[in-house]
Design a protein around this ligand. Structure first.
Ligand SMILES: [Mn+2]
Length: 410
């Protein structure tokens, strides 16, 4: 028995975070289904087992359901077994599996609507379909009895869907599967889905195939498992084969102590090895940047973005304020000016340093007020050194930068 084990294709996922480019990663999940069928043919596999979450939900648009159905129908030479998972559970007449077109699949497509055994080549597939989104029960438990009814001369392959019961790594309601579930049921292999990174347990007999198409950055996914079992009791040979259309990569550009030249951005991005047109790229910008340099940065990123399939920019920079902008802020925001004046005054009381920003026009704390404020906050004034005030001002400026100043013409 030689088969492709996959899961979590999640056709219909929305990717709203990519705005007008969302259609690109969305369409990739359908093309990956076609790619999986192609891999099955190339490998001369006896079947493709989809261990849950073929669809993102039971509510996705009919057009996507029909397209996925058509992709399967177009390859009658490849038997496919589909298990309902927690995203697309078998939870009533409205679910994908009980509506057209999947309610009447072609002969080579089996949707697991019950726990009935499915013979494929020299194996028996034992499915436990998922009927609800959440449950604290281990869905692999029924496999013990199911496998007990199959004669010893057949290869026994279980199929179910849920988290792996690893302490601290799953929610109690995430249908946790015992790590020894395959040997407990005396299965040759247990194909599970749910987590997106491939992983193998139970002495090589329990495998999470991972999602065939990544849906998050740096996820370490994007493959299917090719599984070969030569005879009952023999150890499965598992090979992960690349199936993804896109690689999701993330780069961080730290602007601290650097002018944001296009070269810096390009160099940071070129550290990612995949071809741009096959890459969903996240550029994370951190560190301080002045308003004028931000423009250089934005146009550099816009230029680079043209080559990539999808680019998302996470701007976590803080704005460096010019002196004139800082002054304009103080004029326009009385509360900010008051805070700056108070910090300056406290600094003067404590260290004798004159504030760097002239706030003499603002009514300031008296020494008594300052002392009582410090008492309230349980601050020992003798412990305050000048660098504490420097830090306070820097923090204030950074917060203003983060919030966006809305001041002056900048
Ligand atoms: Mn799932």
């Amino acid at each position: 028995m030689k088969f492709i084990h996959t899961a979590d294709i999640q056709i219909g996922a929305r990717y709203a975070q990519f705005g007008e480019k969302a259609g690109i990663p969305r369409a990739a999940r359908l093309s990956t289904l076609k790619r999986i069928l192609e891999i099955a043919r190339e490998q001369d596999a006896d079947a493709v087992l989809i261990a849950g979450d073929m669809f993102e939900s039971n509510q996705i648009a009919n057009a996507q359901v029909n397209e996925a159905f058509a992709a399967l129908a177009a390859r009658p030479e490849i038997p496919v077994v589909i298990l309902p998972g927690n995203h697309d559970p078998l939870d009533g007449p409205g679910c994908i599996w009980m509506r057209e077109p999947f309610a009447n699949p072609p002969d080579h497509v089996t949707v697991c609507l019950s726990r009935e055994p499915i013979p494929i080549a020299d194996a028996i597939v034992l499915p436990v379909p998922i009927t609800q989104k959440v449950s604290t029960k281990d869905p692999s438990l029924p496999l013990v009895e199911m496998a007990g009814q199959i004669t010893r001369d057949r290869i026994k392959i279980g199929m179910t869907h849920g988290a792996l019961a690893i302490d601290g790594k799953h929610q109690p309601s995430d249908q946790p599967i015992a790590l020894d579930a395959a040997t407990r049921a005396k299965l040759d292999y247990l194909a599970v889905g749910h987590w997106h990174k491939p992983q193998v347990y139970d002495d090589g007999r329990l495998a999470m195939s991972g999602t065939p198409e990544p849906d998050d950055f740096d996820q370490d996914s994007g493959s299917v498992a090719l599984v070969e079992i030569s005879a009952p009791g023999h150890k499965p040979v598992i090979t992960q084969l690349d199936s993804a259309k896109f690689c999701w990569q993330s780069v961080t550009v730290d602007l601290l102590n650097r002018q944001p030249s296009p070269d810096i951005i390009t160099a940071s991005i070129q550290a990612t090895a995949t071809p741009p047109d096959a890459t969903v790229l996240r550029i994370e910008l951190v560190g301080p940047v002045s308003p004028e340099h931000r423009e250089t940065l934005v146009s550099a990123i816009d230029r680079i973005a043209q080559d990539y399939a999808v680019v998302r920019v996470d701007d976590r920079t803080s704005t460096v304020l010019s002196e004139s902008l800082w002054k304009a802020c103080l004029q326009e925001h009385p509360l900010l000016a008051q805070a700056v004046a108070d910090v300056g005054r406290a600094r003067l009381f404590n260290t004798g340093c004159t504030p760097t920003v002239d706030t003499s026009a603002i009514e300031q704390l008296t020494l008594d007020e300052f002392q009582s404020l410090c008492d309230d906050l349980k601050i020992e004034t003798q412990q305050l050194r000048d660098d504490a005030f420097e830090a306070m001002m820097a923090l204030l400026a950074a917060e203003v930068g983060k919030a966006g100043t809305g001041c002056g013409a900048a």
